[in-house]
Design a protein around this ligand. Structure first.
Ligand code: FAD
Length: 291
């Protein structure tokens, strides 16, 4: 993987400043740079910190990463697999041959950032102040450095604080709507008959949306989605005794494919249903944007 080269200038002036260097910010930076537009990409960390985020993507998403010129770098850290079995209503109802990709989110983002052209000014720091205007946007970082741009892209993920600074808001419609957990299984991918699996819940009583299993390297990775709160006993039990909790929730899995046994930590994240919006004060951004 290429090293992420960071800029050290105290003042940077570009056409487009992008705050947030996750998958969205890195992809946007690649696409703009390919079109000859000068870009500054502001990342809060030199390397993306390890965290449970997107671990499985499909061809549509990799096509966007390709369009940004970052596909080869992303593929170098993804595990590609062909085929997904869908189990619903107690049966395998579909064997889709589609190609998908599994990978560690931080490693993928770092690889994408490492492949950005040298012309992209990659700045590492935290944006503290955002001043917006019809022609010019001004950013001040915590260490005093500044960035001026004609347009500003907010790709700050779940950060409500950053949105607020830009006059935007994140309205939560359903807090802790559901919950997701990521973990490795102790059995390798070769132990299972499917390339990857989506196992949907049997009904409202099991509170299971779905469990998906897919390979990352030599491990079988699991992403579980359940209609549970982070504060209920079930969630604590999932963390403390995942094998018992999972096998109790999905007895049919054990009958069909054997014991669900977890290796390593269970990473749990609540999911909110939310929508980010722009206030009327900043709505002119839309018509200030060149078509
Ligand atoms: C648990 C979980 C599982 C998921 N699974 C999948 C999946 O399997 N497939 C899929 O397609 N999607 C999945 N998603 C969704 C996917 O992870 C997100 O849509 C995607 O990561 C969003 O990328 P982003 O670049 O917008 O945000 P992020 O990757 O969060 O990047 C935002 C960046 O902005 C930075 N930032 C914030 N404020 C500032 C500031 N003031 N100054 C500088 N930097 C700042 C943050 O530090 C961060 O690095 C999952 C999400 C979660 C939470």
């Amino acid at each position: 993987m290429s090293e992420i080269v960071v800029a050290a200038e105290t003042e940077t002036a570009v056409d487009v400043a992008i705050i947030g260097a996750g998958a969205a910010g890195a992809t946007a930076a690649g696409m703009l740079a390919k079109r000859g537009i000068s870009v500054a990409l502001i990342a809060s960390h030199h390397r993306h910190p390890p965290e449970y985020r997107a671990e499985k993507i499909g061809e549509a998403q990799i096509a966007m990463i390709d369009e940004a010129g970052l596909g080869a770098a992303a593929r170098s850290v993804f595990t590609a697999f062909d085929g997904c079995w869908l189990r619903r209503f107690g049966h395998i109802v579909e064997r889709d041959p589609k190609r998908e990709y599994g990978g560690d989110y931080g490693a993928v983002v770092d690889a994408m950032r490492g492949a950005l052209p040298a012309g992209v000014a990659q700045i590492v720091g935290r944006v503290e102040t955002i001043e917006t205007g019809p022609d010019q946007q001004f950013l001040r970082l915590a260490d005093g450095r500044s960035v001026r741009s004609r347009l500003l892209v907010m790709s700050t993920g779940l950060s409500e604080a950053a949105l607020k600074k830009a006059g935007m808001s994140r309205d939560v419609y359903s807090r802790h709507h559901s919950l997701t957990a990521g973990f490795d299984l102790s059995r390798p991918p070769s132990d299972f008959p499917f390339p990857s699996l989506v196992w949907a819940g049997d009904g409202p009583s099991d509170k299971l949306a779905y469990l998906t299993l897919f390979p990352i390297g030599n491990a079988m990775r699991a992403n579980l989605f359940v209609y549970r709160s982070p504060f209920e006993d079930w969630t604590r039990e999932l963390r403390d005794d995942p094998n018992r909790t999972l096998n109790e929730m999905m007895p049919a899995f054990r009958r069909e494919y054997g014991e669900l046994a977890v290796s390593g930590p269970v990473m749990i994240r609540p999911i909110d249903l939310a929508r980010s919006s722009t206030s009327s004060a900043t709505a002119w951004w839309r018509w200030a944007t060149p078509s």
